[in-house]
Design a protein. Structure first.
Length: 336
């Protein structure tokens, strides 16, 4: 038994209406919170409480729960619990990452490899990263039908093929991009606006013509060399950041992606202890997010919004909710 869902697919310069068939097994186990009949639309949000763990020495693996709590209080999100097929998910991860590394994360041994990203390993942690991998791929597929979807996790852009790094275990961005490209919706573009460069993502996508990367960060970390589908900018302050971001329309028109993954990091915020870019205020970040989403909406490009970095315990979750508020408004304009 299958279910037909009408979606919009990009092909060249045309936007085609296409019918894609989702196997019932792909959707089995998903739990939907139905949209309200009246009132402001709530953004479809892929979320599983099992994403949360105590693995990180920072708020990285816990802040998403607080963000969801705040967003629910404002009526901004419609939660969707994604399906999870454990063995199939681990097999998919091993197609992108070295199988020995994947096995280490799954089992905890060897421990130095399992913890190479800087987290404390536990069975619950292993489950969390596998579920995020599956949920992120599912969020990307859902975005093709919904237009805009929130997945309130980091894209884990420092994870390389054979090890973790910088508090990133598996590269959810590269993994989902590969899956969606194989599904026929490439090229898939990643707009990475975390304060730190996506060195792992860069390494994983730079030689694949089905994937594209637009990255603005406060430092380079080995991301060198631009190309038709790779664009890296280093910004020391808000003025540089704005100038770099204003080149995004040309990137989108050149790449013409079928889907975008938007890493809306909050660690560029000037007071962030781990990132922090001079002059990047709350107001600037709101402009940034509106600018990106307007460019995508103008081109009818589906998008998954991720939260990425941000490490101020009280401030960061509220900055992330600002992004969600802007995304919800963007979605409301799409439905008019």
């Amino acid at each position: 038994m299958t279910t037909d869902i009408r979606v919009r697919a990009h092909a060249g310069s045309d936007v085609l209406s296409a019918s894609y068939r989702y196997l019932q097994g792909d959707d089995e186990g998903a739990e939907y919170e139905m949209p309200e009949a009246e009132g402001a639309p709530r953004i479809a949000t892929v979320w599983d409480k099992a994403y949360v763990s105590d693995a990180a020495p920072t708020i990285s693996t816990t802040k998403a729960a607080r963000v969801i709590e705040l967003a629910q209080a404002e009526g901004l999100v419609r939660l969707i619990r994604p399906p999870f097929h454990e063995d199939a998910t681990w097999a998919r991860i091993a197609e992108v990452h070295d199988p020995a590394y994947v096995q280490a994360v799954r089992t905890g041994e060897p421990r130095h490899l399992a913890q190479s990203q800087g987290f404390r390993w536990s069975p619950a942690f292993a489950q969390s990263v596998a579920r995020i991998w599956s949920g992120h791929t599912w969020a990307c597929r859902l975005a093709i039908a919904e237009g805009i979807v929130l997945h309130p996790v980091s894209g884990a852009h420092h994870a390389h093929r054979g090890s973790g790094g910088g508090y990133c275990t598996f590269n959810f961005l590269a993994g989902a991009a590969r899956h969606i490209a194989e599904w026929g919706f490439g090229p898939v573009a990643i707009i990475d606006l975390d304060a730190h460069p996506g060195d792992g993502t860069y390494a994983l996508v730079k030689d694949d013509p089905r994937m594209a990367l637009f990255d603005i960060a406060g430092s380079a970390w080995g991301c060198t060399g631009d190309g038709a589908s790779l664009e890296f900018h280093e910004a020391a302050n808000a003025r540089d950041y704005r100038a770099a971001l204003e080149t995004l329309p040309r990137f989108l028109d050149r790449v013409r992606p079928g889907l975008v993954q938007f890493q809306a990091g909050m660690d560029p915020f000037e007071d962030d202890p781990v990132g922090g870019i001079d002059g990047v205020t709350k107001t600037f970040l709101a402009w940034r997010d509106r600018f990106v989403l307007r460019q995508l909406r103008a081109r009818d490009i589906p998008v998954v919004v991720n939260l990425a970095g941000g490490y101020l315990e009280d401030v960061t979750p509220r900055l992330h909710v600002q992004t969600i508020r802007i995304a919800a408004r963007a979605m409301a304009r799409r439905t008019r």
